[in-house]
Ligand binder design. Sequence first.
Ligand code: UDP
Length: 485
Amino acid sequence: MGSETQRLHVVLFPLMAAGHMIPTLDIAKLFAAQYVKTTIVTTPLNAPFFINPLLSYKNIGPTIDVEIIPFPSKEAGLPEGVENFDQFTSDEMSLQFLKATELLQEPLVQLLEKLNPKPSCLVADMLLPFATDIASKFNIPRLVFHGSCCFALCAMEAVMKYEPHKAVLDDYEEFVIPHLPHEIKITKMKLNEEFRRDNPNMEWVQVLGRALESEIKSFGVIVNSFYELEPDYADYYRKVMGRKAWQIGPVSLCNREKESMFRRGKDSSIDEHECLKWLDSKEAHSVIYISFGSLTEVSPAQLHEIAKGLEASEQNFIWVVRRNKNKEEIEEWLPEGFEERIQGKGLIIRGWAPQVLILDHEAVGGFVTHCGWNSTLEGISCGVPMVTWPAFAEQFYIEKLVTEVLKTGIEVGAKEWNRTVECKVKWEEVKEVVRRLMVEEEGVEIRSKANKLKEKARKAIEEGGSSCSELCSLIEELSNYNYNA
Ligand code: UDP
């Protein structure tokens, strides 16, 4: 590539949520490593997400610029200081936030006008549909970034298009998602509740419809996944759904040094050395890591059951408990004397964990995950078998990919789409599923499958690998784009 791509300037405008901003920075690093100029656009309070990790990266990698545009909280009727999805706990609030992002159009246009060199491509989140029109004003291609995988994109669109749930009366009755390469069954209760309510206003459905429209008009889609992981769905996405897509992941694997693994996302709530020392003291594959990602809340009663189940499983564990508004309440729900009893065996990280650093450690042998796509792919990239515990968004689809297609995980048995994980899984079930994965024969086979995927993931991003080649072909297409048309 080298100097030939020097003139390209890729501008990335992610949605303000950890699960979108974190992989966007990795995508920027991947472009930058191919000598493409990259700029990330974000709002003031989200800027540290990029600026802090870049402090250490700038010694080892090419420059990535971060440009800040003001967030119009006041005009949008939002409280000052609210600029990220992790500050919302309901669909209604998230919709209000999405409406607020529409006010970013003007500042984005002003910024693009003054960038030097001129932008040659705008990569923007699917939920920022106005990006397609803005890109066309500048006569540059718009690429969509969903933050999900081909499997979930195919399944979601099939449900939207064919509405198989409408033929089912019982909320808990399974139905097949039509026309997918595998027979994937789901229930209404695992879908966004707007589908269930069959509400004619269905705002989320409309939002997704607008996003889809702008995606179809866009230049194509960047997918954080790799071909060998989901070949049937990558083909389906391209050939049946007609999308132009580039699978360039797992993007988290661009963080090779411990320092950059540690610095992904927010400031970690644990010291890097303390975390590594704890993990180093444990045997290979003996630790189970539990996290529900950056958005999902877990009710105090469910936290209590998880604590009891983990203790009863007699396994080493690292458990990330998000800090949220119910913090005091949560602490009350820890079983009495829990922390003293688990000393040396269990580590609770309250706040933000250096997830990729942890998953990459050989002591980790299992991951209880909410099936956010980033977490799932990070687990896959590190060869870690999973216990799937989806909550909302497209997480129930991703669970199906892990447990039924890849067969590298076991379901905990979550049945209902909900932003907050209410207390539905009893401690005995937590104990059982953790032991099935970590101790029993069943886990051995799953681990061996997970290891094979890890090898494939790492090959994909190496030179000559599928993801590396797809990135190079995307860069070539952008270089050949007719910017004067
Ligand atoms: N993450 C992290 N530490 C935490 C929580 C989350 O590093 O304590 C990262 C995780 O590695 C992943 C992202 O945040 O890259 C979460 O994205 P995902 O798609 O898994 O879930 P979401 O948070 O969007 O539900």
